[in-house]
Design a binder for this molecule. Structure first.
Ligand SMILES: Nc1ncnc2c1ncn2[C@@H]1O[C@H](COP(=O)(O)OP(=O)(O)O)[C@@H](O)[C@H]1O
Ligand SMILES: [Mg+2]
Length: 359
């Protein structure tokens, strides 16, 4: 069986790494020649809008999946839908923050207050109405906190509008939350849904730094209920990542990502079956595997600069993942997962990784 992946970044790479033991072959499709997955499969360098190349790619594989939700809708619709998982409709719901929020609200999943913006006046009116800081975000193509500006004053609002108004914008109330969590859930062709234990996530400048697995967390059931609502509504097949803000005992939906997710990377080393293998199983129409954690785990991203690998490897309980990407400021180039049933080992390892990965 050959799986075609739209995208050639680290998520595609970890999908291919998970698929190799299952005897799967991979073809990566991406306009950018500098990806990091193509060492593990065939590579087609072509634009997502090149329908001729896309058709040849689709014909040469048994299933098509994606690692990036920003694939144009026309591209997704040009792929025979019986080969494409997750379905195009699910992907389109996550491409635009306004559509995403409206979709979550339709499913009775709460979200932060938000204001679609057509003009600077709309933004000033939103600020007036909210009487508290807002985060102005581009509706499309944002990631790792890019395309976002926090505004508290009229002057900042005017500056933010000037900086971002070339794109469609939305403003959201800046929440004061207890914590950020995410749920990784997977749905099979037959409609079976399995969820991993949630992670508590920390971000710095909008970029994920750590995801700490929370076993038997009191908010797990609510996160799963919301996750299942989304997966069922979309007739979803594959893994979906769902980011939430926890305020009191409520969860507010932030983003849904129709793909494997950074906060699920711990599952390669810390779960019985990883998010990557489960995604492939779902895409292939196979039964899903166990989503249980076999030990407490913490995942730390490596951003911008790779520390000395031997020093990382010297840390007890550290699984080191190097995506073999060129180092660049603010770029995710690897991660380390710490897994141990011994709390002291876990905490000590975490302190040591933390000291090495910070610039
Ligand atoms: N409304 C909000 N209130 C408080 N913090 C926010 C809000 N929106 C985003 N953030 C912070 O910025 C991070 C990145 O924003 P997010 O909307 O998830 O965009 P992306 O992950 O696509 O860059 C979030 O994980 C969170 O830490
Ligand atoms: Mg996010």
């Amino acid at each position: 069986m050959r799986i075609g992946i739209l995208g050639n970044g680290q998520l595609a790479r970890m999908l291919a790494l998970a698929g190799k033991p299952l005897g799967l072959d991979f073809t990566l499709y991406d306009p950018n020649p500098d990806g990091c997955a193509n060492l593990l499969g065939e590579f087609v360098q072509a634009e997502f809008t090149d329908l001729e190349q896309l058709q040849a790619f689709t014909a040469s594989v048994d299933r098509v999946t994606l690692e990036n939700e920003n694939i144009p809708e026309t591209t997704l619709h040009s792929i025979p839908q019986e080969k494409l998982f997750p379905p195009a409709i699910a992907v389109s719901k996550s491409q635009d923050r306004l559509v995403e929020k409206q979709f979550l609200q339709q499913l009775d999943i709460p979200v932060a207050e938000y204001y679609p913006l057509e003009s600077e006046t709309d933004l000033l009116a939103a600020l007036e109405r909210q009487q508290a800081p807002l985060i102005v975000k581009t509706r499309k193509l944002g990631y790792d906190g890019r395309g976002q500006v926090q505004v508290s004053t009229r002057e900042q609002a005017i500056a933010a509008w000037r900086e971002l108004h070339h794109a469609q914008l939305i403003a959201e109330a800046k929440l004061i939350f207890e914590r950020e969590i995410s749920l990784i859930a997977v749905r099979s062709h037959s409609g079976e849904i399995r969820c991993y234990p949630i992670t508590e996530n920390t971000h710095h400048q909008g970029i994920l730094h750590t995801a700490i697995v929370q076993q038997a967390d009191p908010i797990q059931d609510l996160a799963e209920e919301y996750g299942k609502r989304v997966l069922t509504e979309l007739h979803y097949v594959g893994v979906l990542g769902f980011e939430f803000f926890q305020v009191g005992d409520k969860l507010l939906g932030n983003e849904i990502a129709p793909r494997v997710h950074n906060t699920g990377h711990w599952s390669i080393d810390g779960a019985e079956i990883s998010q990557f293998e489960n995604h492939l199983r779902a895409v292939l129409g196979w039964p899903l595997g166990s989503t249980r954690a076999h030990s407490p785990s913490i995942m730390c991203n490596i951003i911008g600069r790779f520390p000395d690998k031997a020093e990382l490897a010297a840390i007890e309980a550290a699984h080191v993942h190097d995506y073999q990407k060129a180092a660049k400021p603010l770029r995710k180039i690897g991660h380390v997962t710490l897994c141990s049933r011994d709390v002291r080992v876990l905490q000590d390892s975490y302190q040591r990784v933390h000291a090495l990965v910070r610039d």
